[in-house]
Design a protein around this ligand. Structure first.
Ligand SMILES: Nc1nc2c(ncn2[C@@H]2O[C@H](COP(=O)(O)OP(=O)(O)OP(=O)(O)O)[C@@H](O)[C@H]2O)c(=O)[nH]1
Ligand SMILES: [Mg+2]
Length: 443
């Protein structure tokens, strides 16, 4: 089967790229271009035809990459046409009318690349992440993973496990005399090293996942201090209702933001006060819960009120940023006991000092989370597999390797399998579907 898809976004645009991969793609390209001498490694300038009617669809370029040296590892044609909806629709219809030719499913080109060993599973996932990257931090993380840093590290750990496993299997199969006598000791210490390395990967404060999914920031504060106003200003839209009435916000309102390259999910919450109303009480409960789960809390205070409410004070820890709002009414930060905290005076109404707030948020997040350059986990799937690997290794380490050598070997076998499945060395089929379905069609 040959598959095709529009790889660029839907028009109208200057240029559209339509890809076709499969063993008949050269023959189909010849039919469409009426050229017999299609060249690889150079640009073919062509007229594209509808073979059924003989009419010209468009003029453009054809890039021809014969397999295995192509993105998919199969013969691959890339048609560069004009990007109008009419040209794209006509071209896709014509391709669909060719024999053994169908529209690709989302991510299918990358799936074929993976199946042909052009890339591993981790790299395939990162290509998906790069396509969906919205902030610079997400782009940087995805491109690092595409370049194989993480894959190499996982592969090196897996090789250590395989080597130890092969020693253990040799110990089971051969007599004592044929093997160095301290081999089990060596295996034990090598596996201990692997255990330590995986533990270290797991102690990453979930930074890779946070960069992928967004840092969670909660705005917490007394009623009427301007929490919803701040959310609206930062998200550049009227996401939350703003009013001079106290207790306006009840539900948690979240918006996704790009704060200077940092992906953030910002939550506006109900104002903290002694509420009598049942609905407001529930809102306050949710506000506190949200703040507890957050990566960073912005404690918002009305600078002109001069005091911080008692219930709120209890929720302040040294990681919070204190944001004093309404500097148009009060020019100084009121005296307070929270000396260790970052404190910023802003005015949402007058758009004053907001850049400083953004800078502080960035600094705080980077201080708390960006301690390592080597991000190895970007998805829950990786974490689950690493935890499973660790569990098997721990079982192995607890065993008496002389008396229980056969079951100890099985522990290592399972550990190797779990670790291998991160880069896609085993058990691949079950995870393939879930990974590639998030892609766009044409990639
Ligand atoms: N003077 C002044 N007023 C502001 C400023 N920011 C917000 N306000 C006003 O303060 C009032 C309350 O703003 P909101 O954003 O609704 O406050 P909130 O903290 O979300 O209030 P609740 O949802 O009730 O907890 C509105 O009338 C805003 O226009 C500011 O910087 N200066
Ligand atoms: Mg509000």
């Amino acid at each position: 089967m040959n598959i095709f898809a529009l790889s660029t976004g839907r028009g109208p645009s200057g240029i559209a790229i339509i890809r076709l991969t499969g063993k008949d793609s050269l023959q189909i390209s010849k039919q469409i271009t009426k050229k017999n001498n299609i060249k690889s490694k150079e640009v073919n300038i062509c007229k594209f035809h509808d073979p059924s009617s003989g009419t010209v669809i468009d003029e453009g370029l054809l890039l021809w990459s014969p397999g295995p040296n192509s993105y998919t590892g199969e013969d691959l044609a890339e048609f560069h046409t004009h990007g109008s909806n009419a040209v794209i629709s006509c071209f896709l219809r014509v391709l669909g009318e060719r024999e053994n030719c169908r529209l690709a499913e989302p991510g299918e080109f990358t799936k074929i690349a993976f199946q042909n060993n052009k890339i591993d599973l981790l790299e395939a996932e990162s290509i998906g992440d790069l396509i969906h990257a919205e902030t610079d931090l997400q782009r940087q993380q995805a491109i690092k993973l595409i370049q194989g840093n993480a894959s190499n590290y996982y592969n090196s750990l897996r090789e250590k496990l395989i080597k130890s496993l092969s020693y253990i299997e040799a110990k089971i199969d051969f007599t004592e005399e044929d093997l160095p006598h301290n081999i089990l000791k060596e295996v034990h210490s090598s596996i201990k090293q692997v255990h330590k390395s995986i533990k270290k990967i797991l102690e990453d404060q979930k930074i890779g996942e946070k960069i992928r999914d967004g840092f969670r920031i909660s705005i917490l504060g007394d009623v009427n201090v301007g929490k919803s106003s701040l959310l609206n200003l930062l998200s550049k839209r009227e996401a939350a209702i703003v009013s001079e009435q106290e207790g306006t916000t009840r539900d948690v309102i979240e918006t996704y933001l790009n704060i200077d390259g940092y992906p953030v999910i910002l939550a506006d919450t109900a104002g903290i006060r002694k509420a009598k109303n049942k609905v407001e009480k529930e809102g306050i409960k949710r506000a506190i819960k949200k703040a507890k789960d957050a990566d960073l809390i912005l404690i918002m205070v009305d600078a002109s009120k001069k005091t911080i409410n008692r219930d709120l004070k209890k929720l302040i820890n040294k990681d919070c940023i204190l944001v004093f709002n309404k500097s148009d009414l009060e020019k100084k930060i009121p005296k307070n006991v929270f000396k260790e905290n970052n404190q910023i005076l802003i005015s949402v109404k007058k758009n004053k000092n907001i850049n400083n707030l953004i800078k502080t948020i960035k600094l705080k997040l980077s201080k708390k989370f960006m301690k390592t350059n080597d991000i190895l986990i970007t998805k829950e799937r990786h974490r689950i597999k690493l935890e499973a690997t660790l569990k098997e290794i721990e079982k192995f380490l607890k065993k008496d390797q002389k008396k229980e050598i056969e079951t100890a070997a099985e522990d290592l076998r399972l550990a190797t399998r779990h670790l291998g499945s991160i880069v896609g060395k085993v058990d691949v089929e079950e995870i393939l579907g879930s990974i590639f379905q998030d892609f766009c069609i044409g990639k």
